[in-house]
Design a protein around this ligand. Structure first.
Ligand code: NAX
Ligand code: K
Length: 495
């Protein structure tokens, strides 16, 4: 699913109005009806609803929603900051039926105790920080004890840029029209956006499909269409020969987790290249994997042989000893197959950036934000980090998997794909090692680097979601994520 900027969405609105054709006020009605349908589903008890409207079209939506909810049996009170506004605001203001209490407010809503508050103060037309009387209103909205639902976007949040003011509505839910907004994927906006939802308002799909956007959200349907089904005549040899270079003394767990995750992701033949300390451990813990053992006891110091391999995963539990770093340099120089580099592998590259020039095109890096800042420098905010990761991926011709609540995959052409699965329970030790194992296995099965990353991240998150459903976010572990991989793959396969 594409994510469009607010100016692109405005163009889509305009195009729909001209070409469907539909009057602007009727499109507002359609949007408000979609919002109301969502609202009635979420709050079926006919609670008291307070609608706070600005004077733009977001406020106009609020007024239309007030009317629709009143018709559906809700007790509705409307607070407007003005009795006059945009053309469509004015029409909806005059359409407000009898029986809706209304109040034109200056800088205070007065006391609101119960019910649900709908925030229709500002939408995508916000063009400066919220100040003065509007700031006081936002303060009151945030002091309200009940749930707050923002129409389209929380007032004070920009769709495509970082928040620049102190006064921003903190919504419980945000109901966005037609498509999600880039702002929803940024960690610092979580407290404003709350849980977000998208409702269809019937904008011209053909126009959206032809609008150039390099920002996407990965959906189940996307992954479903890219998932390779094992062929009837497949055998272990053509399901990919993969190697994990992993482990050091005290960090063999990372290796085990990555190996198990690879096997649960369809790796045909898996070899774990480990230092001597890891031989018994990996052979006992993961009997399905072969072990290739380095002569040195505690950590990697030697060259590896990738002959016959289809994919390599480098990183889980490697440690960052100087000699391991020298070994890493050799591995990278002789890489001829698709590879994913994680964790300590990335940390070593950060401290010796000259290794970068040997990294083959299309290699996947899977940093979390801290590892990414070691690679590319600190970012002021998530929007800047997004641009930095995009530039880094383009410049070094690598696929970046920037891990976070919405893990983002950056391809070498400047496109970014936000993941839509996963939960806070996955921020647990070993979760990243499992991801490395999954991506290695997919690379081995012939997925392109970009799609191995996108599909791997999605499946990893989905397995985490299935685990969280049964075990809860607090108790789940990386091993649980692996245990739920079969459910996740089945879920994607189901048609
Ligand atoms: N046809 C369309 O374009 C549709 C638009 N829709 C709604 O329209 C919204 C966008 O409407 P608008 O473009 O009218 O914008 P807004 O409703 O967000 O408000 C814009 C107004 O607020 C003022 N303003 C901006 N920032 C301010 C600030 N910090 N302090 C004080 N005043 C400020 C602007 O000067 C302008 O008068 C969307 O978010 C969506 O809710 C929907 O009805 C769907 C259809
Ligand atoms: K709003």
């Amino acid at each position: 699913m594409k994510i469009l900027s607010s100016s692109q969405i405005r163009d889509a609105d305009k195009h729909t109005i001209e070409n469907e054709p539909i009057e602007s006020i009727d499109l507002m009605e359609r949007a408000s009806a979609s919002f109301s349908k969502w609202f009635i589903g979420e709050f079926p008890g006919k609670c008291k609803v307070h609608v706070v409207s600005g004077k733009g079209n977001n406020g106009g939506d609020g007024l239309a929603v007030a009317r629709i909810l009143k018709r559906n049996g809700y007790e509705v009170k409307v607070y407007t900051t003005s009795d006059e506004g945009s053309e469509d605001f004015n029409i909806n203001f005059h359409r407000l039926p009898e029986g809706i209490e209304r109040k034109v407010v200056d800088d205070s809503l007065g006391s609101i105790e119960t019910g649900v508050l709908i925030d229709a103060l500002f939408g995508s037309g916000l063009d400066r920080p919220i100040e003065g009387r509007y700031a006081k209103i936002v303060k009151e909205i945030n002091q309200f004890a009940g749930q707050v639902v923002s129409i389209d976007i929380p007032s004070g949040v920009y769709a495509d840029n970082p928040v620049d003011g102190e006064h921003v509505v903190e919504a419980t839910h945000t109901v966005s029209f037609q498509l999600p907004k880039l702002a929803f994927f940024m960690a610092e906006n979580e407290k404003f956006v709350g849980d977000w939802h998208v409702v269809d308002i019937g904008l011209d799909q053909n126009f959206i499909d032809h609008t150039d956007s390099r920002i996407h959200m990965v959906t189940l349907e996307d992954v479903r269409s890219y998932l390779k089904k094992p062929a009837k005549f497949s055998h272990k040899g053509n399901m990919g020969r993969s190697m994990l270079i992993c482990g050091s003394s005290g960090k063999m767990g990372a290796c085990i987790i990555a190996a198990r995750a690879a096997l649960r992701s369809g790796a045909g033949l898996l070899t774990c290249y480990v230092p001597a300390v890891g031989e018994n451990i990996i052979q006992t813990a993961v009997p399905e994997a072969m072990a290739m053992v380095s002569t040195f006891q505690d950590y990697h110091v030697e060259e590896a042989n990738f002959k016959g391999m289809d994919a390599v995963g480098i990183g889980p539990g490697l440690g960052t000893e100087d000699q391991t770093e020298m070994a890493l340099r050799k591995w990278i120089k002789q890489l001829e197959v698709p590879a994913v580099i994680d964790a300590d592998g990335l940390n070593m590259i950060s401290s010796r950036p000259d290794i970068l020039k040997h990294v083959p095109e299309g290699t996947i890096f899977t940093p979390h934000p801290k590892e990414f800042s070691r690679l590319a420098g600190e970012a002021e905010d998530s929007f800047k980090r997004l641009e930095m990761a995009r530039e880094y991926a383009k410049k070094h011709k690598v696929i970046i998997v920037l891990k976070g609540a919405y893990t983002a995959v950056f391809d070498t052409e400047g496109s970014v794909y936000f993941n839509s699965t996963g939960n806070p329970g996955m921020a647990t030790g070993g979760s990243g090692d499992a991801l490395t194992g999954i991506i290695t296995a997919l690379l081995g099965q012939g997925y392109s680097s970009k799609w191995a990353a996108i599909v791997g991240v999605f499946i990893h998150g989905l397995a985490g979601d299935e685990a969280a459903e049964d075990l809860g976010c607090i108790s789940m572990t990386a091993t649980d994520i692996i245990d739920y991989l079969p459910d996740a793959f089945r879920h994607v396969e189901m048609r």
